[in-house]
Design a binder for this molecule. Sequence first.
Ligand SMILES: Cc1ncc(COP(=O)(O)O)c(C=O)c1O
Length: 387
Amino acid sequence: MQVADRLQKIPPYLFVTLRNKINKARAEGVDVINLGVGDPVDPTPQRVIDELCRQAQIPINHQYPIDEEKGMLTFRQEIARWYLKRYGVELNPDGEVLGLIGSKEGCHHFILGIVNPGDVVLMTDPGYPAYRASIYMASAEPYAMPMLAANDYFPDFDQIPPAILKRAKAMFLNYPNNPTGACATRAFFRKAVEFAKVHDIAICHDNPYSEIVFDGQERLSFLSAPGAKDVGIELNSLSKPYNMTGWRIGMAMGNKGILAALCKVKENTDSGIFNAIQYAAIEALRKEDGNIERMLKIYARRRELVLKTLEKVGLGFKPQKGTFYLWIPAPQGLNSIDFTTALFEKAAVVVAAGTAYGQHGEGYIRVSLTVPDKRLEEAMERIQKIF
Ligand SMILES: Cc1ncc(COP(=O)(O)O)c(C=O)c1O
């Protein structure tokens, strides 16, 4: 049986590879601690679960979703209120907001809605691996913009060759950034809007970590930049702020034309989100700001523990201010894979190698803070021992 050529270009998904490695070790009796995946273990707020259960009892909710692929109007209205409250961004729920089955779905359908085969899509390196995969699935060509510590983890638009710029139709940006944790500035977003206008590039700013910030970092939406809605959209998600990764619910906001294209793809692909999940999401957006504050305190505590341990073993560094990841430089003389392998073999601690996010991730590993405190403490004790 034939498998599509376009799939050959996509490397195995990082977490599938990690999962296989972990399962094998666990089957051999090893007590593996997984700091490789960003998936909150803390539960979804009870009020949100209760609303899901209540709505699931109502037969009309068992039919195709209300307003289907757009997301129900009440959900879109709540998103618009949340964006105004959290980021000061005004949105028209009719045309400027769309419900999504997670921001990952939005990344993929954005590309399918915007680019033609052979077009170039700009993305950052290191970056979230799903961008590259979606670009290949649309038979387009990724162009990796290096995102380096030396440039405060911002891509340098001036370094993009003119021949690439001519063919570039879209661009992914993502701040707070996975994997580096870097946060954007208002000035950078303004620059990105200007750049997109000059070169007629559609921006997709993927912002699922917008609420996960530390050390006084401002929460920012790309859409707060003047003119952002003329050139782009922003994706967001309930996954991280409300511990709802498994629920698969998010949103896209911004440029009406881009959203209409995304919506047309969805109309022919997924038909929207289960009503009961949308009602539960409304409860979260309306009443669970407290969950965000609670989770930030938990992550801050875990972050401090990892940073202190690294300091003790001579690997201290200055962290970036966003996401529940730490982007940690490997010790002198070790590359990403060496360091990852050493932690796994000597301490049974799994971390993500920086190179899984692109060649410019070399020299780093990514540690996730979404594990229970006790397991993180145990992991840090093991790391201290091997150093
Ligand atoms: C940058 C980035 N975008 C999107 C996603 C997917 O989020 P969602 O659960 O909303 O699909 C993730 C998840 O880890 C991510 O890191």
